[in-house]
Design a protein around this ligand. Structure first.
Ligand code: PLP
Length: 329
């Protein structure tokens, strides 16, 4: 088989557990993949991407990391944690104004030693946030640094390899527990998690043509990339290319459910609040209001709509997000 042309540096605690979640309302079995427990800087999905993104930074002899996100970005917090672990100064370009007191992810990012750059921009204004990242990157280059500059959510093909590998990890754990997953459901925003899972599935299908593959279902929580099947298929193809695979993703491989975002990114929904209570009571799983609770509300909503068969096996990837629970609104 073709060898990956990318390197990885260990930052996450892997494999994460796959826990039984009992029965859903329909009689389907719920499984919870605990990617909230990846360890790096209190955990979450970005640790898997950062293992590849930071290896790329070290390969390029970077002297610092730069990335960008919403004011309460988990990706920024985890990049700050990776910077601390690797002794690389880390710059975070954030939406919103500088708050009086740092809370949640910003408090942790600052604790990890990152430099916070508050732009005053709206969290949905991805193009100007990316422009601000490009400007800061330029400035650091002019100052004699070699920044490794990472786009929103770490959603490059290199980052997505983390989730191509997570797909294999999930399938192996399902096999070990004697079941086959019928669907893998998760929260999608900047699209890297989704693209990586699609790439992982297509690689597995090429290697094991007889295996019945799960549906990959992303629950969209932002109006950006997550809502574009075309962009996610393109990113999956770039990921497959880096992995040396010839499999090809099309828009038909990408299922995005936009029905659980509510009015906008980070605005609360009743379904997410109910899903949070359900998950806390059922398995002491702690969901966050911006990402994982909306994703899980999508799983519960689709189950209530009859999407999952009796005794089918549905894996929810808990992508993390704990720190924003502690932010005063
Ligand atoms: C907790 C959490 N879940 C899910 C996601 C979505 O992942 P992706 O950006 O790869 O679509 C994010 C992204 O920021 C996140 O922080």
């Amino acid at each position: 088989m073709a060898q990956p042309r990318v390197t990885r540096i260990a930052l996450a605690t892997l494999p994460t557990p796959l826990e039984s979640g009992g029965k859903l309302q329909s009689g389907a079995n719920l499984w919870v993949k605990r990617d909230d427990l990846t360890g790096l800087g209190v955990g979450g999905n970005k640790a898997r991407k950062l293992e590849f993104l930071c290896a790329e930074a070290l390969d390029n002899d970077a002297t610092c990391l730069v990335t960008v996100g919403a004011a309460q970005s988990n990706h920024c917090r985890m990049t700050a944690a990776a910077g601390a672990r690797l002794n690389l100064p880390t710059h975070l370009v954030l939406s919103g104004k500088k708050p009086k007191n740092l809370e949640g992810n910003q408090m942790l990012s600052s604790m990890f030693g990152a430099h916070l750059h508050h732009t005053g921009l709206d969290a949905n204004d991805w193009s100007n946030l990316e422009l601000a990242r490009a400007e800061l990157t330029e400035k650091l280059i002019c100052d004699g640094q070699r920044p490794h500059s990472i786009p929103i959510g770490g959603s490059t093909a290199v980052g997505a390899i983390g989730y191509a590998n997570a797909f294999d990890e999930i399938i192996l754990q399902c096999n070990l527990q004697n079941f086959a997953a019928d669907a893998i459901v998760f929260t999608t925003s900047s699209g890297g998690t989704h693209a990586g899972l699609v790439a992982g599935l297509l690689r597995d299908r090429a290697n094991n043509p007889k295996r019945i593959q799960p549906k990959i279902i992303g629950i969209g929580v932002a109006k950006g990339v997550a809502m574009s099947a075309r962009l996610i298929a393109d990113l999956a193809n770039q990921t497959l290319n880096l992995l040396g695979e010839t499999a090809h993703a099309t828009v038909d491989d990408v299922i995005i459910d936009p029905n659980y975002m509510g009015a906008d990114y980070a605005l609360p929904t009743q379904a997410a609040a109910d899903a949070t209570t359900w998950a806390a009571h059922r398995g002491a799983w702690v969901l966050d209001p911006v990402y994982s609770a909306k994703g899980f509300s999508g799983l519960l909503g689709r189950d209530a709509n009859g999407d999952f068969g009796v005794d089918s096996n549905i894996v929810f990837i808990h992508t993390g997000g704990l720190p924003s629970l502690f932010v005063m609104h």
